[in-house]
Design a protein. Structure first.
Length: 88
């Protein structure tokens, strides 16, 4: 089932994160379940801390920027339309 779930992984240190990066998706951009079936939507975001020279604010902003789209995609895929934005 497609759960309303987003996974954020932040790599810290100088290690090779290729194995973790593979969680983000295969060559089609989709993570696959244990049966090899692509999941319905992108749910994993990986950000390397060193990619942003240790700037925690930029790391967090990058790590969280896909969450709103993942959230809306989940509900649209399940037939629930989001409410209109509240005017500022």
């Amino acid at each position: 089932e497609d759960a309303p779930l987003s996974i954020v992984i932040i790599g810290v240190g100088n290690r090779d994160f290729k194995a973790v990066e593979s969680l983000v998706g295969d060559e089609t951009g989709r993570l696959r379940d244990s049966r090899g079936i692509p999941i319905a939507r992108e749910i994993v975001t990986f950000v390397s801390f060193k990619q942003f020279a240790g700037n925690a604010t930029e790391v967090v902003a990058e790590a969280l920027k896909e969450i709103p789209e993942q959230f809306v995609t989940h509900f649209v895929n399940n037939g629930t339309k989001p409410l209109a934005p509240v005017p500022a």
